[in-house]
Design a protein around this ligand. Sequence first.
Ligand SMILES: NC(=O)C1=CN([C@@H]2O[C@H](COP(=O)(O)OP(=O)(O)OC[C@H]3O[C@@H](n4cnc5c(N)ncnc54)[C@H](OP(=O)(O)O)[C@@H]3O)[C@@H](O)[C@H]2O)[C@@H](O)CC1
Ligand SMILES: Nc1ncnc2c1ncn2[C@@H]1O[C@H](COP(=O)(O)OP(=O)(O)O)[C@@H](O)[C@H]1O
Ligand SMILES: [K+]
Length: 507
Amino acid sequence: MRYLVTGDQMKEVDHYTIDTIGIPSLVLMERAALAVVCEIEKLVNKKSRIWVLCGNGNNGGDGIAIARMLHLKGYRTTAILAGKRESATRETMIQLEIAKKVGVDLVDYPDFTFGECDLLVDALFGLGLNREVLGSYREIMDQVIASGPALTVAVDIPSGIHSGSGQIMGIAFRADVTVTFGWEKLGTMLYPGKEYSGTVVVAEIGFPEQSLSTIKSEFFTFEPGDANKVPLRPAYSNKGSFGKVLVVAGSRNMSGAAYLSSLAAYRTGAGLVKIFTVEENRTILQSELPEAIIATYDPKEADASTEAFKELLGKQCEWASVIVLGPGLGRESYVKNLVEEVLTNAYVPIILDADGLGAIADNPDLTGYFTENIIVTPHLGEMARLTGSSVEAIKKNLIAAAREYADRFGITCVLKDAVTIGALKDQRTYVNSSGNSSMAKAGAGDVLTGIIAGLLALGLEESDAAALGVWLHGRAGDVVQEKYGGYSLLASQLTEEIHTILQEQTR
Ligand SMILES: NC(=O)C1=CN([C@@H]2O[C@H](COP(=O)(O)OP(=O)(O)OC[C@H]3O[C@@H](n4cnc5c(N)ncnc54)[C@H](OP(=O)(O)O)[C@@H]3O)[C@@H](O)[C@H]2O)[C@@H](O)CC1
Ligand SMILES: Nc1ncnc2c1ncn2[C@@H]1O[C@H](COP(=O)(O)OP(=O)(O)O)[C@@H](O)[C@H]1O
Ligand SMILES: [K+]
């Protein structure tokens, strides 16, 4: 597991480290600069022309220290000072004085003559960027971009990218490498910032782990090795030990979603999977997935909400230890009754997905039945329908959108996108770092639902199952992409690679 921070949180960590622990700010700056220089030296040679664009804040201070180190090592370096020297921070003023004494080529921006540049070191704005870039700073950035540096290394975060949301504040540099300090920032994890950051190197510069305790909300991601968090299957066990997953899914002419969710639940380790669907799907599902139990209902009875239908559904809910509710249910009027009956009868974790969420959006009163064991898994379009916001507004701050919905009902919200967010009911927020665009295919979401159900069946609680499920799903997608390239993935192939990831357990 890897912690992630917003820029504001990182500033709290800076203050704690400097003021409470007592590590001087200039020591941190020196180590930060050194870490960036290490990465720069992998990219350039002594003939390379290096520009270090420095702002007035401590990001600029890092830049001047970097320019000094490169100069002393014999690189052809110019530090371009974008702001007024007299309004620089204390640390940056000190860096300027040192740089002057050792003969660094320091040029104020208006006096700088643009020519060819092999490497731009972007030290204009770091975590202090707090508004849109306008006026003279925008002009400088425009001019630097137009001069076309061959490579760009960003210090901490590309200038122009908001460290908390990843949004572009008017204009931003596109980095090939971003060297960030302490912990990765949300701004380089979330689009579009992720795309502008290139390869992100997290440099350890001396922040003690305890300084994270000053931060209130927790953001994290998983990485290879975290498959260990999937519970082991004890030797003394039987199929009943690994959960009973009820998949309420599928409708007339729609059997694929039920199939994919059920298969994924089995592949993740669930002991028993029962599909509750319409009679028309029985033959196809039985022949495609003979391991699943099939139970069926009559949509007419569901529509009329007959006692027989309620009794039948009640029994299924009683049987289940986990319920998947929604994939491929369609949008007929009876779906509302189906969703309402499950929500009122079940006392086990429920993953509400796809058309199940559609029924909630059409009948907002159903949220009255939400309890803490609900996990919703909307994509952006479904989230827009659930909340009445536009997709564009949700995209501007995915984390806030997911968190707000989860907190409104005390549930877990998995907001699916190229970077999926898990606003967990235990208040931690998961930001996914696995997966790729080959997964932008029909059925991929049904597989995710099944994986989360499988993890719940194995005994994980909702927050852990949601976060780990999203990560496993993306990892499976990465394995498929490595084997088949970026175009040809089929959602069913994700289920075929779940075992590859589970085998990464190192216990
Ligand atoms: N000791 C430490 O703490 C360590 C810090 N470190 C480094 O410090 C960096 C953070 O430094 P920082 O806080 O000084 O802010 P920075 O990003 O340089 O911005 C400069 C100033 O720009 C301004 N500004 C904002 N938006 C603007 C806009 N749109 N257009 C124009 N101006 C705008 C705003 O000032 P304002 O105008 O609001 O007064 C802001 O203060 C961090 O990323 C890391 O690189 C490391 O060395 C490790 C140790
Ligand atoms: N560009 C991408 N990068 C990473 N993951 C992606 C990308 N596009 C889609 N995905 C993932 O694929 C899944 C698609 O889910 P969804 O839209 O519900 O599909 P469906 O409803 O067809 O099953 C989500 O888990 C999403 O995070
Ligand atoms: K920067």
